[in-house]
Ligand binder design. Structure first.
Ligand code: NAG
Ligand code: NAG
Length: 258
């Protein structure tokens, strides 16, 4: 082997490793802002009030003390200023990533929905829902947002759509299986992948941990039914809802489940 061939093959190995590191890092570190909803019908609060401070204190306290399994439900304030906090991190988020996501979410929602009592914000790694209405264990059938990868799939779109629906239903089976343990980070959370010829399809879905397994299933059916409107023929897509969510892409975007 000549010297120059050797150095080329070493370079190739280094390049491959760098690519791998890049994928791992991007899996680990991304926490993009996704979307938010300001719920006008719940009214507003007085900007000089202690309302925000109370929510902040509540959130700080809960995220330090109760975030081990990635879910928070809290109640605070009183009378017309009673607030409910619901927050959940993606099933693969570490405790520290979950905490930092929620703190980003709190400052983010204050900027996006100035003074609204009802507001929801989504990031890659968590979502935060502040409301004056008790939403614990309820399926939210009002708030749906769609996000899609701008790229279209090439080839047989019909077949791709079918494969994607099949994978999502398979994950639904995993997310709603009876034998899983509550109070774990990946409760009612599922990830999976499926080879489609040369491509690979990756998907994730999750319900909020306050739902019953039965209601998780109802919620997942309702978002899978949105597939045609959310992401027909797109390489990637998500439906965001405050009770459940899914995402699929042609590249890995979550830590594979053990
Ligand atoms: C992800 O980040 C955490 C904290 O920064 C680090 O401890 C961990 O090793 C990282 N994991 C990967 C797969 O890079
Ligand atoms: C299931 O969802 C419905 C609708 O949100 C709710 O009224 C009901 O209490 C939930 N059931 C359980 C067992 O949590």
């Amino acid at each position: 082997m000549s010297f120059s061939t050797l150095s080329i093959s070493i370079l190739a190995v280094v390049a491959l490793q760098l690519q791998f590191v890049h994928i791992v890092l991007s899996l680990n570190q991304t926490n993009s802002y996704l979307q938010h909803i300001c719920i006008k019908s719940e009214g507003t609060y007085n900007p000089d009030s202690s309302y925000e401070n109370q929510i902040k204190r509540h959130l700080d306290y809960s995220s330090t003390n109760y975030l081990d399994y990635g879910f928070i439900h809290g109640v605070g304030g009183e009378g017309p200023n009673t607030f409910y906090i619901k927050a959940q991190c993606r099933g693969d988020a570490s405790l520290s990533m979950c905490r930092s996501c929620l703190s980003t979410a709190f400052s983010g929602i204050l900027r996006k929905c100035r003074n609204n009592k009802g507001r929801i914000i989504w990031y890659d790694n968590c979502f935060l829902y502040l409301s004056s209405i008790y939403t614990y264990q309820k399926i939210d059938s009002k708030h749906y947002l769609y996000l899609q990868n701008a790229k279209d799939v090439s080839g047989n779109t019909k077949l791709f759509n079918k494969n994607k629906r099949d994978l999502l239903y398979k994950l639904k089976g995993t997310a709603t299986r009876k034998e899983q343990k509550p109070y774990t980070r990946d409760y009612m959370y599922a990830t999976g992948e499926e080879s489609l010829g040369k491509m690979k399809l990756y998907a994730m879905m999750q319900c909020t941990q306050d739902l019953s397994v039965k209601n998780c299933s109802v919620c997942l059916d309702s978002i899978i039914a949105k597939l045609p409107s959310c992401c027909n023929g797109k390489q990637g897509g998500r439906v965001l809802n405050p009770s459940c969510t899914f995402r699929y892409e042609l590249y890995p975007f979550v830590k594979p489940s053990q």
